[in-house]
Write a protein that binds this ligand. Structure first.
Ligand SMILES: [Zn+2]
Length: 417
């Protein structure tokens, strides 16, 4: 790391420090600079008079702080606009290439990693890096090696990467940085272990929460404030957004919708209990049903495509639906109806404006959504479900990476949890 990059990094870190003490002239200036920075981040590029009015700081003071921020490299002059009285005024915005953030989305068989600039643009994305997720020390080391490789290949020095978000499925406490379902081998929180290995401040997040946030920030959510995101993948997770904020509960474990006892079916769930919602509404359940049907003699395109049914993956099943495989389409319709009934519970409880179907299974589109919509209307209170749109994910595969990267950015810049 060269000295210039190092001192810039320290400067940016001091600007975004958590325990800010705005006493003394130097730290007061830093405090005002942070206010300008955050104002531009929230409202977009602005002129000096706009900043002065917005922040209630005098024009000469804003001018000198903006000049310093330009010298520091944090903001840039974006050119001029017509201002009041026909005068042209300079507009200032954030310098997007000054620092970066990383989002890592760990799936069951691969990882997606993305690099974001300061303006929330995804500037580099590596998808489907082969990675079998197992709860072992070797799998953890492999995850760290893949992240390091991505950083090396990104060409951005790690000193410029201010934060990294990592999604894992299962129980994750985003605040303490502990993961309980995967890689819980040591006393030290997993987030600190990875931060130590990579040199980048690391934040853990539950995958469904991160995907919900991704859709909220850059996907299917437009102006809605109350949103429920269903992550229909091998398992079934939920991210809940209330009043534009992720709802975590006390320890970050909220939204375990997949493990509510919903069916009296004696089917053992991965969590150890029986009859959980995801035993019949999930990718795993769909794979099980497809296998049962094929073994019972039902015709399907999958018999030709997959030699050994034991190796059947969710991707194969989704692809079969999209190439008009009647067996999979019928099973999706059955599952959609159960899903709609389950959604009626969430709708009656939360009165959301929007429910988003995401995760691999949602790529089957209306084969799942339409029966779900119809059952949702049938089983929930009509006055309540009239408020609720049921949409498909807009970001698809990218929802997790985008959520992870932008959550890390929020936590570094505004210490938002
Ligand atoms: Zn369960």
């Amino acid at each position: 790391m060269n000295t210039k990059a190092n001192s810039l990094n320290n400067y940016i870190k001091s600007l975004f420090a958590e325990n800010f003490d705005p006493r003394g002239v130097a730290s007061k200036n830093l405090f005002f600079k942070k206010q300008i920075f955050l104002w531009l981040d929230t409202h977009g590029a602005a002129t000096i008079p706009e900043l002065s009015r917005g922040l209630n700081i005098s024009v000469p003071k804003v001018t000198s702080l903006v000049n310093e921020l330009m010298k520091d490299g944090l903001i840039i002059n974006n050119g001029k606009v017509e201002s009041t009285g026909g005068r042209r005024a300079a507009v200032y915005g954030l310098a997007k290439k000054i620092c970066y953030f990383i989002g890592v989305d760990v799936k069951r068989y691969y990882i997606n990693i993305g690099l974001f600039d300061l303006n929330k643009n995804l500037v580099k994305l590596k998808e489907k890096i082969p990675y079998p997720l197992e709860n072992t020390q070797q799998a953890l080391s492999a995850l760290i090696q893949n992240i390091k490789k991505f950083i090396r290949e990104s060409g951005v020095g790690s000193s410029r990467i201010l934060g990294m978000g990592i999604n894992l499925s299962g129980r994750v406490n985003h605040f303490t940085g502990y993961s309980y379902s995967y890689f819980h081998f040591q006393e030290e929180p997993l987030a600190s272990i990875i931060a130590h290995e990579t040199g980048i401040k690391t934040f853990l997040e539950n995958d469904s929460n991160a995907m919900a946030y991704g859709e909220f920030a850059q996907g299917a959510v437009k102006d809605e404030k109350h949103v429920i995101f269903l992550n229909l993948d091998y398992g079934t997770g939920t991210g809940i957004i209330i009043n534009k904020k992720l709802y975590y509960g006390k320890s970050g474990f909220s939204g375990e919708f997949g493990h509510i006892p919903f069916f009296d079916n004696n089917i053992l769930c991965g969590c150890g209990k029986k009859g959980c919602l995801e035993t019949e509404i999930s990718g795993m359940a769909l794979i099980r049903r497809v296998k049962e049907k094929i073994q019972g003699g039902s015709p399907s395109l999958l018999t030709k495509k997959v030699k050994n049914l034991q190796n059947l993956k969710l991707e194969d099943v989704v692809e079969a639906a999209l190439t008009d495989d009647m067996l999979v389409i019928e099973l999706l319709s059955e599952m959609g109806e159960k899903l709609g009934k389950a959604l009626s519970v969430l709708i009656n409880l939360f009165n959301p404006e929007l429910v988003i179907l995401g995760g691999k299974l949602s790529e089957t589109g209306d084969y799942l959504r339409l029966p779900a919509r119809s059952a949702m209307n049938k089983y929930s209170l009509s006055l309540v479900n009239n408020d609720t749109q049921l949409k498909l994910s807009e970001l698809g595969e990218r929802a997790g990476v985008i959520g992870a990267g932008l959550i890390a950015r929020n936590r570094v810049i505004s210490n938002e949890y």
